[in-house]
Design a protein around this ligand. Structure first.
Ligand code: GAL
Length: 377
């Protein structure tokens, strides 16, 4: 071989090598820490992604290395390609003021940010637990910002729908709920108790003070209307609630999904006119089998399907599909029209080190979602 062709081949080899390293760095590798541009694991858990002016923003819980409460606040990262993420700092900071709703040491979970094109504001909703009260406050909180990276201004936290019945509950059903009495039931999980739950026992118990709101997500429909979906009634029942046009409040219209079904970590997307809701069961930080529902309207009726997860997490401790590959969903992001299931592999001892799991959602011959493990994609 002539010298010039040697040089050419060498150059081509180098190019190929460079290109493969580049490709590798540009892939989503599941089951490993995901580094930001500072070489730190991305500390944004239970969150979501939005796109604004050709930049992607990823919001999530900023978790400490040890402990379960929120010290810092809600993180925000930016990216031009959804692969390389720059830490943009704290979007919403905890307060130093004693007694403040978001006093340092509270618990801020599952933040979701929406851009409102009408008001040109970024609106954040999240699950808030007040400092020192475990998970009993069960509130949703609102914050707002003019810029995607914040600082977000905390607006308020609240229980939801005080003195409001689900819009589709008829008089007979309301009467039946009004005859229940939650204070009577010292023992849970038996058939008689379940019957009362299905009548709306916890809905009635919390009618005055407002309904509980824990794990939550938000969804903006094609017509611009936004919805809040939350785990309520002692995590037994999901509520879907319509938000006002500025996304800063509830209109008061809401209904229940799968009463008594114990669904958490709701994630939702629409595909070919069908709404798909993927949730987890209620086992805290431990993984469980995902549940899936579909409906032709956001207000249901919802039909339950088997979990969409199939196979084994071969690249991650061989976690099976019936444990959602060790993860719990947080959001479904439409990446150029392709839905991506975003989830957290929780590490309860070191929550900041919880892993991110992103998997593309595929569809079977009947257009039903299927989620397979992929080491990288
Ligand atoms: C999970 C929930 C998480 C967090 C955790 C606390 O069920 O999805 O967001 O609240 O419980 O144990």
């Amino acid at each position: 071989m002539k010298r010039s062709s040697w040089t050419k081949s060498l150059a081509m080899c180098c190019m190929a090598l460079l290109l493969s390293t580049y490709t590798q760095a540009q892939e989503h590798v599941n089951g490993q820490l995901w580094m930001d541009t500072d070489g730190q694991h991305i500390n944004a858990h239970g969150g979501n992604i939005i796109q604004y002016n050709n930049t992607y923003y990823w919001y999530g819980e900023n978790r400490p290395y040890s402990g379960g409460s929120t010290e810092t606040g809600i993180s925000v990262y930016s990216s031009a390609d959804l692969k390389t993420w720059k830490n943009e700092g704290v979007a919403l900071a905890t307060s130093q003021e004693a007694g403040h709703d978001i006093e340092r040491g509270c618990i801020m979970e599952r933040p979701k940010v929406l851009y409102n094109p009408k008001t040109k504001k970024f609106v954040m909703l999240f699950h808030l637990e007040l400092k020192g009260r475990g998970y009993e406050a069960a509130r949703v909180a609102f914050a707002v910002s003019d810029s995607p990276t914040g600082p977000f201004q905390f607006l308020r936290s609240q229980r939801i729908h005080a003195n409001q019945w689900p819009f589709d509950m008829d008089e007979r059903a309301i009467k039946a709920a009004q005859q229940t009495d939650a204070s009577q039931w010292k023992e849970w999980w038996n058939d008689a108790w379940r019957k009362e739950v299905n009548k709306g026992m916890y809905l009635w118990r919390d009618m005055k003070g407002g309904q509980m709101s824990r794990d939550m997500t938000v969804y903006v429909d094609d017509d611009g209307k936004a919805y809040h979906i939350t785990s309520s009634q002692e995590n037994l029942t999901l509520l879907v609630s319509e938000l006002t046009d500025d996304y800063l409040n509830f209109t008061g219209k809401y209904n229940m999904v799968a009463p008594g079904g114990q669904n958490e970590a709701p994630c939702i997307f629409k595909h070919n006119g069908t709404y798909w809701l993927i949730c987890s069961g209620c086992t805290g930080w431990s993984p469980n089998e995902a549940r899936m529902f579909s409906a032709k309207s956001i207000w249901g009726p919802w039909k339950q399907h088997p979990s969409p997860f199939v196979g084994t997490a071969t690249g991650y401790q061989n976690m099976p599909a019936n444990k959602t590959f060790g993860a719990q969903g947080t959001y479904i992001y439409q990446m150029n029209g392709k839905p991506i299931f975003m989830a957290d592999i929780w590490n309860p001892r070191h929550l900041s080190q919880s892993l991110h799991l992103w998997l593309p959602i595929e569809f079977d011959a009947n257009d039903v979602p299927v989620i397979r493990w992929a080491d990288k994609w």
